[in-house]
Design a protein around this ligand. Structure first.
Ligand SMILES: Cc1ncc(COP(=O)(O)O)c(C=O)c1O
Length: 408
């Protein structure tokens, strides 16, 4: 391709990238390096290696520390020997290996629901469920801070999209009343624990509104599955509401430390998804080894309660320390603990200053969070220790002092 035609075709991309850079919104992937010692975990552990430095990992979603668990790796390896590397086709063609059924049966039993369905990942599950259940002319009521995959699912469905203010039940009810046509299917959808704020949705009241307005209710347990509930079932279970939520969705990519996602619901809804959910129908199934790894992670999540307890205790303590030092955050009980900064450039600078002190904690900027709400998102793991976190907090405190000086 000649240089001239390249410029004319791609110059808008360059302009857009420069514009993003000028607003401190440019994104780039940082390469993670192999740990120097054989046998040491890379980002699956508490440390990661980046730019020649070892960093204490306060940025992953590996909340229970399961990603490096040898039992999960062994389960994957056994499945690979039995079924090969790939699923070879969509599940409806010849990709539905026995390990899917075994996992789905256990998922449904764990969640106390009639049936479960495994999806490729959480993004696809949200896309696949919402676009199958809703059509043009239907109405979806979605929390303003819901994950991007929910927003994209609604766009794909072509339904009318009503965003209610974050956790604002009055606003939601106002919208439900205003758009209460019997001809429309209605769906209320929310994250159980919000991915960037770490706070929880008012599920009791959402169930009440679901009942009052004849809507379906869908709850995304991406950041509460494995962590909340007596056996890690999630927030719906912890609140005893799991039978009144029409669709409970969750992922294996966070607390489970693996990959993939699931939906638990009544059998008819699952049967409907198998017939109507395009991301499920028109895409190759997850590799059997990933399904087996997720299954082993589920077994560990259900039985090792102490991981949840430790995570809860560390998270409460970390929040308390931040509060005591006057670092602005958002109240909650989850291991997602934001440090609110505001300005994009300053959030980036804070993240680099933390890295200089040996801490990996990423800056989260718009559009992932609303304009003016850039932040550092700390996320804790059950394998962290209080002593390590106390040292990290000392560094965070020192950086907080320096950032204020620079920002003045
Ligand atoms: C609330 C929520 N839902 C869905 C997803 C997507 O899940 P996955 O990473 O498995 O695609 C995420 C991922 O960050 C999330 O935070």
């Amino acid at each position: 391709m000649s240089e001239d035609s390249r410029i004319s075709r791609y110059d808008w991309m360059e302009a857009e990238l420069s514009e993003r850079e000028s607003r401190a919104l440019y994104r780039e992937m940082k390469n993670l390096e192999r740990p120097p010692k054989a046998g040491e975990l890379g980002s699956a552990g508490k440390w990661l290696y980046k730019g020649g430095k070892r960093l204490y990992n306060l940025s992953s979603n590996n909340y229970l520390g399961l990603s490096g668990d040898p039992r999960i790796a062994q389960a994957a390896s056994r499945a690979q020997e039995q079924w090969g590397a790939g699923a070879t086709a969509s599940r409806l063609v010849c990709g539905n290996h026995g390990c899917y059924r075994e996992l789905e049966e256990d998922l449904a039993a764990w969640k106390g629901r009639e049936a479960a369905l495994v999806f490729a990942n959480g993004y696809m599950a949200n896309l696949g469920v919402i676009s199958a259940l809703m059509r043009r002319g239907d109405a979806v009521f979605s929390d303003r801070l819901n994950h991007a995959s929910i927003v994209d699912g609604i766009i794909l469905s072509r339904a009318d999209h009503f965003r209610y203010r974050h956790n604002d039940l009055e606003h939601l009810e106002f919208l439900l009343k205003k758009h209460d046509s019997p001809a429309q299917r209605k769906l209320i959808v929310t994250d159980a624990v919000f991915s960037m704020d770490g706070d929880a949705a008012p599920l009791h009241q959402l169930v009440e509104l679901r009942n009052r307005y004849g809507a379906l209710l869908m709850v995304d347990e991406a950041h509460s599955g494995g962590i909340r509930g007596p056996h890690g079932e999630g927030l719906c279970h912890e609140y005893g509401l799991h039978e009144q939520v029409d669709v409970i969705m969750g992922t294996f990519s966070k607390a489970f430390g693996v990959y993939g996602a699931y939906v638990c619901a009544d059998r008819v809804l699952i049967e409907y998804l198998v017939n109507a959910s395009r991301p499920l129908i028109y895409s190759t199934g997850l590799p059997p080894m990933v399904v087996a790894a997720a299954h082993e992670a589920l077994r560990i999540v259900r039985s090792e309660r102490e991981r949840r307890e430790k995570l809860r205790e560390l998270s409460a303590w970390f929040r308390q320390q931040m509060h005591a030092w006057g670092l602005p955050s958002i109240p909650g009980e989850s291991p997602i603990i934001p440090w609110l900064i505001g300005d994009n450039a300053r959030a980036l600078q804070t993240s680099s200053m933390l890295a200089e002190r040996g801490i990996s904690a990423v800056a989260i900027r718009p559009p992932t969070v609303p304009d003016g709400e850039a932040r550092i998102r700390f996320s804790l793991m059950a394998t962290h220790t209080r002593a390590e976190l106390a040292r990290a907090l000392e560094s965070i405190r020192a950086v907080a002092g320096e950032v204020q000086e620079v920002g003045r």
